[in-house]
Design a protein around this ligand. Structure first.
Ligand SMILES: C[S@@+](CC[C@H](N)C(=O)[O-])C[C@H]1O[C@@H](n2cnc3c(N)ncnc32)[C@H](O)[C@@H]1O
Length: 380
């Protein structure tokens, strides 16, 4: 037995023990698909580096194969261009733009999607092609299509899928526009995050079909939603348990911004503890309330900056106890965040599972509790 085959079997056993593999068919997929074919060389983050720097782990070097069969996300591209092969010496800074998602998450999502043999499935974000290969192994590749934005990434995935013996339909393009041929689908799974549900998806997935996607934003808070399409352009669903995050779809990423300059503004006491924004769901609620803002800082010292309007809010501990907030610009960012966080606190600070989303001609609204509960419009 080769080392890779043995490591694959160990990973499959571990994922079974952890409950990530819903059944034997997923276990055989993990045992069969050689992840190393899809990732090749990858980056690892240098511990403690700020901003984060990345070290390439080259094919065949000690630990390369063990890294591939650990249950971790392997970054394969930085800043939309740099591949591990491009780094000949030392480490590099950058923002991850493509990766092979950790196997347990890929498998959990395939399971949550509830696809069955005979369903037409569209995947957005082929990446390395590893998740596509797992799906193709389970459902066959005749009804599976996958769209990748980056032609270099998509080309490598196509070669790897072919080498592994799979032949799903692969498309290079903007997956937020859906299948360019406009084919109908029963299921859509996205392995990149979006700020709102792209309308083409809501027309290409047939009524009764499902979309599994992570909603994210410019404050980098994430929530995984499973929605059912209820009619052309209409959908409803709920957010799922756990803490799932993905890199944001390239067309939904925030525009480049100048270096942060903190400016004076109006000051008042804060009615919430700013550290609540460090909570997984608290930070997401804040993002719902101020979707055009980027969030920086930590603990009691939070900074919100909406570049499009120049609005800023920043918090700090008050020397007399509590916290103070300074706000400037036409959008009072902290007022909005404060209201939303208080609503969430009054509901007992539930996890995202307590929230749902409805998409209609009126827009896209995330709500707390029930459809007629408090809600926030997504920035379409
Ligand atoms: C987390 S990676 C995908 C992981 C992949 N499914 C795997 O397991 O290897 C996200 C991918 O989404 C791609 N992407 C970003 N925006 C996209 C878009 N609008 N349409 C299609 N793909 C997109 C990125 O280029 C990146 O390769």
């Amino acid at each position: 037995m080769s080392t890779a085959t043995r490591l694959r079997a160990v990973l499959a056993d571990r994922l079974t023990e952890d409950g990530a593999l819903a059944d034997d068919q997923w276990s055989s997929a993990v045992r069969a698909v050689p992840r190393e074919l899809f990732t090749g060389a990858y980056f690892t983050a240098v511990a403690g580096s700020i901003p984060t720097r990345y070290r390439p782990v080259r094919e065949g070097e000690p630990g390369w194969l063990e890294g591939i069969y650990s249950d971790t996300t392997l970054i394969t591209q930085l800043d939309g261009r740099t591949r591990p092969e491009d780094v000949t010496e030392g480490t590099v800074p950058g923002s991850p733009t493509s990766s092979s998602t950790l196997p347990s998450l890929v498998l959990r999502m395939w399971h949550q999607l509830g696809a069955e043999a005979g369903h037409r499935v569209l995947e957005i974000g082929t990446g390395t092609g590893y998740s596509t290969a797992l799906g193709a192994h389970r459902f066959g590749d005749a009804d599976l299509s996958s769209i990748e934005y980056d032609p270099v990434v998509g080309g490598a995935a196509a070669a790897a899928l072919e080498a592994a013996g799979f032949a799903p339909r692969l498309i290079i393009g903007d997956g937020l526009r859906g299948d360019p041929e406009g084919r109908p689908y029963d299921r859509l799974i996205a392995t990149c995050a979006v700020r709102y549900l792209p309308l083409p998806w809501l027309h290409q997935v047939r009524p009764g079909g499902r979309i599994l996607v992570t909603l994210s934003g410019w404050s980098h808070a994430n929530a995984l939603a499973l929605v059912e399409v209820t009619g052309p352009g209409r959908a409803t669903g709920r957010f799922l348990p756990g803490c799932t995050s993905f890199m944001i779809a390239r067309p939904h990423d925030q525009p480049p911004r100048p270096a942060l300059a903190l400016l004076p503004g109006e000051e008042r006491p804060s009615r919430i503890d700013p550290a609540k924004l460090g909570d997984w769901t608290g930070g997401w609620v804040a993002q719902l309330a101020a979707p055009a803002a980027e969030r920086m800082g930590a603990g009691a010292e939070q900074i919100l900056w909406d570049v499009s309007t120049g609005s800023q809010a920043r918090t700090a501990p008050d020397t007399n106890g509590g916290w103070r907030v300074t706000q400037r610009g036409p959008v009072r960012l902290w007022d909005r965040v404060e209201r939303a966080v208080r609503l969430w606190q009054e509901a007992g600070e539930p996890h995202q599972e307590a929230f749902g989303i409805t998409v209609s001609a009126a827009g896209q609204r995330v709500w707390l509790g029930t459809e007629d509960g408090p809600g926030w419009d997504l920035p379409i």
